[in-house]
Design a protein around this ligand. Sequence first.
Ligand code: G6P
Length: 608
Amino acid sequence: MCGIMGYVGERDAAEVLLDGLRRLEYRGYDSAGIAVACDGRIEVRKTAGKLSRLAELLRKEPVRGTVGIGHTRWATHGQPTDTNAHPHADESGRFVVIHNGIIENFLPLREELERRGHVFRSDTDTEVLAHLIEEEYRGELAEATRRAIQRARGAYALVAMCADEPGRVVAVRMISPLVIGFGEGEMLLASDIPALLPYTREVLVVEDGEMAVLTKEGAHLYRLDGTPVERARMYVTWNAEQAERGGFPHFMLKEIFEQPRALTETMMGRVGPDGRIALEDVHFPDGFPEELEKIWITACGTAYHAGLVGRVLFERLLRLPVEVDYAHELRYRDPVIGPHTLTVAISQSGETADTLAAARLCRARRSRVLAITNVVGSTLSREADDILYTRAGPEIAVASTKAYLAMLVAQVLLALYLGERRGGLDPKVRTELVHELQRLPARVQEILDAHEEIVGLARRLCEAEHMYFIGRGLDYAVAMEGSLKLKEISYLHSEAMPAGELKHGTLALVTHGTPVVVVLTQHDVYEKTVSGLQEVKARGGYVIAVAYADDEHIAKHADTVLRIPRTHDLLSPVLAIVPLQLLAYYVARERGHDIDQPRNLAKSVTVE
Ligand code: G6P
């Protein structure tokens, strides 16, 4: 996820671009840059770091012009450095591009272009687009861009400029968002509406597979085969603050709804057509996967709960012993760890002090450390031997949602990858998992489409004093995360435990009406969990089950059922957590709390 901005008009382009990028900074903030057409050339200013550094650079080295493009980056390929910051240009500097998203086949494209003599400056996937457009240019930027993108695969939004056509900006949308703003004698373009609002409220959303050509007189929209598109403009009534949240009342809800895209992006380019897994920043030495004796997962908070899922996945698929430890425990535990152990350190931010310390300890004991993190260039990613980036985009709400789902999928990819390298993974299971993995984004979307059903339940539960979450195996891991979500934002006391443990103490607290969430997706322990559920019912507890849509038995036992689409049991956590995230959200809303910034908590804990 990155922020894109474009301007064609009469004002000082650099000023407009910088202002727009400020409003898009929530989409990414590791580097930024602008390109402005002036005197027959395109001037680029870009730098690593937050926008304030770009503003400082522009004060020292101003650019004057009335047409330009700007970008605030959330890295996916290449570290957040000055060189990797957007815009990117071809060798001549006449063709300049910015881009949000991923070009899946950028490596073969880059190799091909290099063979033809192109020289690359950055490590990004974006730069191939500048070179491709340059190769395809025969006097018309729009045509060259159309031809260039026919060779690129992926999900992206691309904006291009050419020094020979200074009054024009060309943009293409393939999945990643793009909105056009219509001003008086000026036209704008952005990844999201907030950047446009100071200039206009008349917008048009570019759809997938469409190209927009902007001049200061207006915009022309085409399908990629060149057919013109006519679509009515929209009038935006949101205020700036609502707009930043994409019209959602809170970032948390917005991020819950971004989960299908977070999953798609995390898988993109990593699952081949033959089902083989490619992990671009994992470089295990020869023999390492085969000689692996143990996996040790370490993390905190939600990332630790993702690790609980990972434990079951790695154990089942790789038949290796797996430990999962809170990082703050592991670092003082004197663990028996060595070169045949793979440490998997999971952290959304890549900056959690405890997780960094645990990873350093494991590394000092000669364990290879693989980081699963959402932030390219974070301390964890820099210190780890291998990296598996989740591509959830910046997460703003303190309560983590989309990063958690992406961590789950990242671990499935890692398990399949290791399974391929080690051999011994049942080909039938592998095929089924790969097949089901690719259907997860659509299945999460199905749950989100039915989100209103949870509002009524939340109203019923918002007065509760305590709540319990139970499940077995993977369902227990989901119960832990569901309970944490509820606690974090609703301040309602809740506890999660394995379903079999309830009777060893906590059952004493279950009385008439006590809400108990039971997660029931694992067929091998289904009956056992149902017995736990009956213990709750017998004490008058109010049972909320999370179960598959085709589970015909559960309605007999539970008071309310939150249904999820059926999937492979090993993937069910990705779906089962979604109704619980929504439940936590709506309960907190009913209770009137500050959902995005809950009391006493921080998004990233960088001190011990
Ligand atoms: C904080 C946040 C949690 C998060 C945990 C770990 O406590 O409030 O939401 O899960 O840190 O963060 P990390 O960035 O390492 O995943």
